[in-house]
Design a protein around this ligand. Structure first.
Ligand SMILES: NC(=O)c1ccc[n+]([C@@H]2O[C@H](COP(=O)([O-])OP(=O)(O)OC[C@H]3O[C@@H](n4cnc5c(N)ncnc54)[C@H](OP(=O)(O)O)[C@@H]3O)[C@@H](O)[C@H]2O)c1
Length: 322
């Protein structure tokens, strides 16, 4: 197959491209050229920022991708530009979305007026009623923060009669290259032989995760399997443990004998008091993807955690002072 991927040289995209290359597909990449890897040298690159995508239409028509994979669609305008750039020259657009589309996400942020929706959340669970979820969020800064909304991205891409889409809602992705270092705060306390302090309700919170190599395999499958046409899928682990269970699993793998201590919010030190409503779980149901496309994780959870721990240890060694 011929596949053109937008923004696929970073944390999520690079392992997807590796898998697609291994499967023998012909790949082209569109990105600015700031993030790359020597293993991608032999591939065709189109260099530009994504708002310039429609200017490349003639080049894209010459490459004639069967499928376009957009790893980084954040705004409604970006989704519209993708449609404009690829209408008439590809058969399908696969786009990366997020579990933040669900209504429980705005509940978690304290913005919802509804009780928690039961989990796990399947693809037809209620979506956020508010828009632009990061616009007013303090302490978070990224390009397109003002206009970010994956619900609007999904709506644009799933409503093109001539150009079908596939939407992949990602969980919290962890593993080598994760700039958020999702497990590092817990691992650091385990390495320092410290107890771990959590808010009582936070300890019971469920948040779906996915190991980067497994998520990459799932994305590659959705790109190459036509049965994904016109479908929305949650991706992630098959079942979602509570936070305390996840920390215990990590602790077992580093032989940590310490204790997880839980306290009501007002008895926690102020730096651990988070302004989140933990009764709104973000556990998603991945049954549809498994049943329709026959997906099975190539890497089991224990190995995924071990590889992530090894990567975090390497980083700590590389960055710690003499
Ligand atoms: N990490 C998670 O837990 C998680 C969870 C849910 C959803 N997601 C989704 O995953 C995606 C992020 O993927 P990632 O972590 O792989 O991102 P990343 O590591 O930041 O990589 C960004 C990629 O996009 C390219 N790029 C950045 N800005 C660009 C622009 N303006 N125009 C063209 N190309 C641009 C970069 O290459 P150049 O620098 O060369 O341009 C690179 O290829 C987002 O859609 C996010 O919503 C992630």
């Amino acid at each position: 197959m011929k596949i053109l991927a937008i923004g696929a040289t970073g944390f999520i995209g690079l392992p997807v491209i590796r898998q697609l290359m291994k499967q023998g597909h012909q790949i082209a990449l569109f990105h600015r050229g700031d993030t790359t890897a020597s293993e991608l040298d032999s591939i065709l690159h189109f260099y530009g920022t994504r708002h310039q995508l429609p200017n490349f239409k003639a080049e894209f028509e010459r490459f004639a991708p069967d499928v376009v994979l957009d790893i980084i669609p954040f705004t409604e305008a970006q989704a519209q530009a993708v449609v404009q750039a690829f209408s008439g020259c590809t058969q399908r657009i696969v786009a990366i979305s997020s579990g933040d589309v669900y209504r429980n996400y705005e509940g978690l942020q304290g913005q919802g007026k509804h009780p928690p929706d039961p989990v796990p959340l399947a693809e037809d669970a209620p979506l956020r009623e508010t828009r632009y979820p990061y616009r007013d969020l303090e302490g978070l800064d990224f390009d397109f923060k003002q206009n970010y909304d994956k619900i609007l991205v999904e709506q644009v891409l799933m409503n093109q009669p001539e150009l079908p889409g596939t939407i992949l809602r990602l969980p919290a992705v962890y593993g080598s290259g994760d700039r958020q270092h999702r497990f590092l705060p817990y691992l650091q306390q385990m390495f320092d032989r410290q107890p771990i302090l959590l808010e009582e309700e936070q300890a019971r919170w469920r948040f779906s995760h996915g190991y980067i190599e497994n998520i990459a395999g799932a994305i590659a499958l959705a790109v190459t399997d036509d049965r994904a046409t016109g479908r929305i899928y949650n991706l992630g682990e098959a079942s979602t443990p509570t936070l305390v269970e996840r920390i215990q699993r990590l602790g077992n793998l580093v032989d940590w004998q310490g204790e997880i201590v839980t306290r009501p919010k007002d008895q926690l030190p102020s730096h651990l008091q988070m302004n989140l409503q933990w009764r709104y779980h973000l556990a998603i149901d991945t049954t549809r993807f498994r049943e329709e496309l026959g997906y099975v994780e190539p890497i089991a959870e224990e190995e995924a955690l071990q590889q992530t721990i090894a990567w975090e240890r390497e980083n700590l060694t590389a960055t710690s002072p003499e």
